[in-house]
Design a protein around this ligand. Structure first.
Ligand code: ATP
Length: 234
């Protein structure tokens, strides 16, 4: 479904990722792992068009994604939930969700999708009139994911959804991501919590200094000495 071939991206003169090739099949859950600054967020930004490519290509169902401006990419079914729960703090939970359905196809089904989001996240339904900025960190993270789902995406890209959450909220967040995946949505998960990520995804890529240095099934990576020492604290 999604294919990155030899993708490189830079911020001004600073190279961030180089020659990254990854592939995600329909309905698959794939992880993108690596230390701080390895290029995980940049890879997601390259897919959603927030950073341009200096080399390589990206295709989604055979469509040349890189040729489309960023605002057209969600129409393909690609949703990006960036790091740091960027919800609109002065708007209610419901208004934040409504804004999520901004492409015509999703807009037409907005009410039905919102009911589904409320089913997955009952806490958001309880708080639908509350201002997003007054929600807890975990609730805002749920809202950010819920807003991504309002696009009815075929691929949901999540950037560090557990960042800054208490362990119990991390559990809930991962449980919900699993639920969304089982409903048929492909997931591209960026996570520093490598053991949690590997329990959710079936395959993962490991980035180091902007390069993919390893790729394998979750079981292979969890059993790999280098991964164990660098990321699993074993
Ligand atoms: P983290 O886990 O810390 O979020 P990451 O793996 O997501 O890290 P990126 O945010 O993709 O890493 O960063 C990759 C490289 O690009 C880093 O060297 C970083 O300093 C640099 N970089 C990221 N954003 C910018 C920016 N806006 N301007 C300049 N350099 C940037």
């Amino acid at each position: 479904m999604l294919e990155l071939n030899g993708v490189s991206a830079r911020y001004g003169s600073v190279p961030a990722i180089a020659n990254v090739s990854i592939r995600i099949g329909a309905g698959e859950a794939v992880g993108l792992l690596g230390a701080n600054g390895a290029g995980k967020s940049t890879t997601l930004r390259a897919i959603s068009g927030l950073v341009g490519l200096s080399a390589g290509s990206i295709s989604f169902d055979g469509i040349d994604v890189a040729a489309l401006p960023p605002h057209r990419r969600p129409e393909l079914g690609i949703a990006h939930v960036p790091e740091g729960r960027q919800v609109f703090p002065e708007m209610s939970v419901q208004e934040n969700l409504e804004i999520g359905a901004y492409v015509p196809k999703a807009k037409a089904e907005r009410a039905r999708t919102m009911e589904l989001v409320y089913e997955i996240f009952p806490r958001l339904a309880e708080r639908r009139r509350q201002l997003a900025g007054t929600m807890s960190g975990g609730e805002q993270q749920m809202l950010a994911v819920g807003r991504g789902l309002m696009l009815k995406p075929r691929l949901l890209m999540l950037d560090e959804p557990s960042l800054g959450l208490a362990p119990v909220m991390t559990d809930v967040t991962f449980e919900k991501i699993g639920e969304i995946h089982r409903m048929g949505t492909a997931i591209l998960l960026v996570e520093q919590n490598v053991s949690r990520a590997l329990s959710l995804v079936s395959r993962a890529y490991v980035l180091e200094s902007g390069n993919v240095i390893m790729h394998g099934s979750s079981a292979e990576l969890a059993g790999n000495k280098q991964v164990q020492t660098a990321y699993l604290g074993i």
